[in-house]
Design a protein around this ligand. Sequence first.
Ligand SMILES: Cc1cc2nc3c(=O)[nH]c(=O)nc-3n(C[C@H](O)[C@H](O)[C@H](O)COP(=O)(O)OP(=O)(O)OC[C@H]3O[C@@H](n4cnc5c(N)ncnc54)[C@H](O)[C@@H]3O)c2cc1C
Length: 427
Amino acid sequence: MTIDHFAIRPGDADYDTARATITRTAEPTVVLRPTSPAEVAASIRHARDEGLPLAVRSGGHNALGFGTIDDGVVIDVSRLDQVELLGDGRVRIGAGATWGPAAAALAQHGLAITAGDTISVGVGGLTQSGGIGWMVRKHGMTIDSLLAAEVVTAAGDVVRASTTENADLFWALRGGAGNFGVVTAFEFQAQPVTTVQFGTISFALDDVAQLVSRWAQVMRSAPEELSATLALTPGLGDFPAGATLFVCLASDDTAALEPLRAIGPVVAESVSERAYAEILEEAPHAPDGILPVIGNTLLTTLDEPLAEAIAEAYAVGGRVIFLRGLGGAFGRVDPADTAFAHRAAEVLVVSAAFVPVDAPQEQFDAARAVWRTIADRGIGSYSGFLGTNSDEDVAALWPAETLERLREAKRAWDPDNLFRRNFNIAP
Ligand SMILES: Cc1cc2nc3c(=O)[nH]c(=O)nc-3n(C[C@H](O)[C@H](O)[C@H](O)COP(=O)(O)OP(=O)(O)OC[C@H]3O[C@@H](n4cnc5c(N)ncnc54)[C@H](O)[C@@H]3O)c2cc1C
């Protein structure tokens, strides 16, 4: 099969948009936009035959720009974006769909899948990270709703993976960060969800450590229907300084919000019944000339010393910190069931320090040193929000026994490490 009818090359009208992701613009030899698994297989063959490195892209939201590449082949699956109902709440979603349109299509049938918080994030990348969304405590990670995947392997075969077919691949896809093949479609079990209570409660910044600590305490005994993210934002660019709690309550029992109102002095509130598909938002952009230094860590217990460390890191300034509450259905999954294994975490801390692009190296090092005061107390990290790619960063994504099992799957499905522009698992 020729690839020419879905290839975009330097000089073509679409090349300038096709070569870029949200964080990086590169100079690929060719960007391929296949419309079927057979065309994906032809794309993989092209890269192999030409001996060119490969990047795979769905929504292009990886922080390191893994979805594009210099002097190589990009397989962009964005045209594989169909959403199809299979009955009994099961849905098939093309890996190239993004979560906003996918949620809107499901909403027409009274269904929802807990996925990301952002319209333009890709189904392909988020699902293979694991997926931490607005109903994570009620319905678990996105991968916990996954029933099967269609994958084009490094050998160019189209295979199905589920608990009964190619089970090792199915396990590895659920948190293996895009190491095992090009996923063309996923089948999910969607939930009957139409509206949620959603919005923000904003607090005065009087005592950040106490606010953080009380929030963690309340979340420990909160109903699973309640998921919440506490955002500590500095006064910078588009971001106003503040402590804003985003809440998503997948029930009508708004009394569940009451303990949250008592964690600190409330300065504003807007929580109302909203259609689930409408709470997803556009991606924020870092202010011009700023390079966010992004890290994340998963904490088993956000105790008072950790709350102090978070407050101190925030007080240094120029840093946004998001605390995403976990537990509930997220924590009930056996860590051995999926390649994302850090199920013991009760909180995910995501930090982005804003450093001017042309700042001296010491400023970047200082931002990382502040982050380490929190990161070193976590059990590992989440590939979705990882902004660095050292061996140490990759090692933190999976416990040692999980990584060994992932390596076995890599040897079986991609022994030549064709899929290596990712948080790479060496075969
Ligand atoms: C603004 C923003 C908001 C976010 N919000 C959330 C959130 O709420 N919850 C959450 O869990 N995560 C969130 N994320 C993180 C996001 O899930 C990851 O960055 C994810 O990898 C992005 O997926 P993508 O398809 O858009 O990215 P891409 O850059 O296209 O891909 C990311 C990685 O996955 C691989 N990949 C992509 N598609 C395929 C495929 N079809 N087959 C094989 N490999 C593939 C790529 O090679 C790359 O390594 C957010 C990120 C951003 C930038």
